[in-house]
Design a protein around this ligand. Structure first.
Ligand code: GLA
Length: 741
């Protein structure tokens, strides 16, 4: 009875919401204009007089009554830039003197390479459209998929390219989508890095010409991440217009941001055309990845809050959540990981000693890292041989797993399924399984080669051994690693013209393995790691619950990395371990509480050699883990405000998060080095309910003497939170929580 009543209420609420909201998608058949509304944005495109699908408007949400005339093509600019190249099409084929980045470029069997896509038909789908384009002469059909997420207004775009003819053609280049903005002054934001130095935010004025961000590495890469944000004019962290996008693809990708000859901007992204070539036989189709795009009128902070909400609500899996339709994934268990403590020297006794300590700290999950399998003593051997090493674990993994369970934690295991060491039984048996150009020298970075996952037999092998490990052992979590990039992407079992499809098939196979594994083992959670943050994108995030942002766990470096990371990705997935000081990467000395507070800004883990910790260190970490758990959901799934960015050598930094009903907020403040006696700036908090009353409590550190224990949201936002006068020095940290009374 109660259930029936609840569902009636839900239906009622839904119908009220539907009545209040204008229909999110409309097609004006007279003007041939498509309009999609969601959240605070509207996206409008239409069929122009030539029959091309042209972008018309992308920005703040318009009134329901507003309408647009038919799309007007841009004029030609003398005899050098035709109207065709000046007009921003939704998905433009290369032909007719197009000098801008094409969305699609093909080579036909007769050598013809001209492609002009015109509107053919469309269907309305839930929250969007499928629009079919066709070449003016040849049977190349492209269906453009549009779906908007009604709350955030984030639009998913992708394309399906079909060959409905009788002869094969080759796709030389295929984007997922192109976005366009009118002539103006813009600042481009994008993320770059390197191993142990991921997540650097770059901000630069957009000038004439193209800025290419990409990976040619076969995977997402540490060096650039498939995300961009364009700010208009004076837009900053909290104000002004921002258009942003993220590509859901974990293989080689490219995003080209170009300002054209008339100062307009286009952003085209999808499969990286470098070394690309996909033969489409009669009747076949190629589906591109999705390119998500969104708009915020509240600066970069507003843009990232939309992305975080969208990722939590619509991208991440729901492993372990109460229902598949839970509003958000469950906050990550606090983990312990053995890597920095033991490296490859894992064995039953050593791991049990660490597990006992971890349990005493209040850790939820114990993860054994590299070294447990095959003949793995260092990184020269073992990858590919996924049997338990008998010298290290004479009785298999069961005694360790049972012990971990007995201590009240669940158990996780490191794997690197896509790799093989030449010194392994697997490679000796199947040397033909690796990506290579036979007869040519090959790179063996970290002494390993890449299994060609695109091959059905390799895919079956990888899925098979992972399924076996998970079936035979009570394992809650896999840390899925990937420690090198492609160098010789050969697949010589296929005819030469077909071999380049490896760029598509490999990544698709990876997704298939992950989804099949999740289907068979629905409770198992997975982390995407690639020597740190080398494989983080909205494609892999459909299949994994968290990521490892960097092998650099220096807590000061992590502040800037975490700042960069959160422009594109939610703190929910941002694992952050506390490790020993000095950390090898910078040899910098920091306190344990500083390291704890740095990691508590994301999903907390411990990765230190905790058997060596003294009682006071154990007590401090135990206390802070308990305090973290009380505010974790707010920190990792709330609205994030970057109050003071640690970028550009800032001596201070601070973040604040507020949960969705504004009943709780968490604040973190960090000092790099106090200079000239400067005190910490007053933190004017954001996002609180001005009228509500909040109680301030310390997680670590003190507020300034005289700070009220309770005050209104208006007080905390307008007067602000002041740090204690003694909050000075090098590498200092403080954290607070506010709870609505
Ligand atoms: C990669 C990961 C590390 C660790 C090692 C193990 O570098 O990023 O966290 O798992 O591999 O070899």
């Amino acid at each position: 009875m109660l259930k029936a009543f609840t569902s009636t209420l839900v239906l009622l609420a839904a119908s009220i919401a539907a009545a209040a909201q204008p229909a999110p998608v409309t097609f004006d058949s007279t003007a041939k204009v498509f309009r999609i509304d969601g959240g605070g944005s509207s996206y409008v495109f239409g069929v122009n007089a030539r029959g091309e699908l042209q972008q018309i408007y992308w920005g703040g949400r318009l009134a329901k009554t507003d309408s647009f005339p038919q799309a007007r093509t841009m004029p030609e600019w003398a005899s050098f830039d035709s109207s065709y190249t000046n007009t921003p099409e939704e998905y433009v084929g290369w032909g007719s003197g197009l000098y801008m980045e094409p969305a699609l470029k093909v080579t036909f069997a007769d050598g013809n390479r001209d492609l002009e896509l015109h509107y053919l038909s469309h269907t309305t789908v839930a929250n969007g459209f499928d629009v079919v384009l066709k070449d003016i002469g040849r049977p190349v059909y492209v269906t453009l998929h549009y779906t908007i997420e009604p709350e955030t207004g984030i639009l998913a775009r992708s394309a399906t390219i079909e060959n409905r003819g009788a002869t094969a053609f080759t796709i030389d280049q295929a984007a997922a989508a192109a976005w366009a903005l009118p002539a103006g002054h813009y600042t481009l934001n994008y993320l770059t890095g390197r191993w142990a130095g991921e997540w650097t935010l770059n901000q630069e004025a957009v000038h004439a010409g193209a800025r290419v961000i990409e990976s040619r590495r076969g995977s997402t890469g540490h060096q650039a991440n498939p995300w961009f944000a364009l700010q208009a004019g004076a837009s900053d962290e909290e104000h002004g217009e921002v258009w942003f996008g993220a590509l859901a693809w974990s293989g080689s990708w490219r995003i080209t941001v170009e300002q054209d000859q008339l100062d307009a901007v286009r952003v085209t992204g999808g499969f990286n055309p470098f070394d690309f070539g996909f033969v489409l036989h009669p009747g076949e189709s190629l589906e591109t990845p999705a390119f998500y795009g969104g708009y915020s009128a509240h600066g970069l902070g507003g843009a990232s809050r939309l992305l975080h909400r969208f990722e939590n609500a619509h991208i991440l899996p729901r492993t372990g959540a109460k229902t598949e339709t839970a509003a958000a994934p469950r906050p990550r268990p606090v983990i312990y990981n053995s890597w920095e403590a033991t490296e490859f020297r894992v064995d039953e006794g050593g791991q049990i000693a660490l597990a006992e300590r971890a349990a005493a700290l209040g850790v939820d999950r114990f993860v054994m890292d590299d070294g447990w399998f095959g003949q793995r003593k260092d990184d020269h051997a073992g990858l590919g041989d996924w049997y338990v090493n008998k010298e290290k674990f004479p009785n298999g993994l069961k005694p360790l797993i049972d012990k971990v369970h007995g201590l009240g934690m669940d158990f996780g295991l490191w794997v690197e399924p896509e790799m093989v060491n030449p010194d392994s039984d697997l490679y000796r048996k199947h040397p033909e399984w690796v990506l290579s150009f036979p007869g040519r020298p090959r790179m063996e970075q970290r002494n390993q080669l890449i299994l060609n996952l695109a091959r059905p037999d390799v895919r079956a092998y990888v899925l098979g051994f992972l399924d076996k490990i998970l079936t035979e052992n009570d394992i809650a979590f896999l840390k899925w690693d990937y420690n090198r990039n492609w160098s010789e992407p050969g697949w010589d079992q296929l005819p030469p013209v077909e071999q380049k499809r490896v760029y598509v098939d490999y990544t698709r196979s990876l997704y298939t393995i992950l989804s099949e594994l999740r289907r068979k083992h629905p409770k198992v959670e997975i982390e995407s790691c690639s020597g740190g943050g080398g494989r983080v994108d909205l494609g892999i995030l459909r299949y994994v619950d968290e990521v490892w942002p960097s092998d650099n766990t220096d807590p000061f470096d992590r502040l800037t990395q975490q700042d960069g990371f959160t422009y594109a990705y939610t703190p929910q997935i941002m694992m952050a371990w506390v490790t020993d000081s000095p950390h090898g990467i910078n040899r910098r000395i920091n306190s344990l509480s500083y390291a704890m507070l740095s990691s508590m800004q994301g999903s907390l883990g411990i990765g230190a050699n905790i058997v060596a910790w003294k009682p006071d260190e154990m007590a401090l970490v135990k206390r802070l883990i308990a305090a973290y758990k009380q505010v974790q959901a707010t920190i990792v799934q709330g609205d994030l405000y970057r109050l003071i960015s640690p970028l550009n050598g800032s001596e201070f930094s601070a973040t604040q998060t507020v949960n969705s009903d504004k009943s709780q907020s968490a604040v973190f403040a960090f000092i790099h080095s106090t200079q000239e006696g400067r005190g910490f700036p007053i933190l004017k908090l954001k996002g609180l309910d001005a009228k509500a009353v909040y109680t301030l409590s310390s997680i670590e550190g003190k507020a300034r003497a005289g700070t009220p224990e309770t005050a209104s949201g208006a007080w905390w936002m307008n007067h602000g939170l002041e740090m204690d006068d003694d909050f000075r020095g090098d590498l200092q940290a403080a954290a607070f929580r506010l709870d609505r009374k």
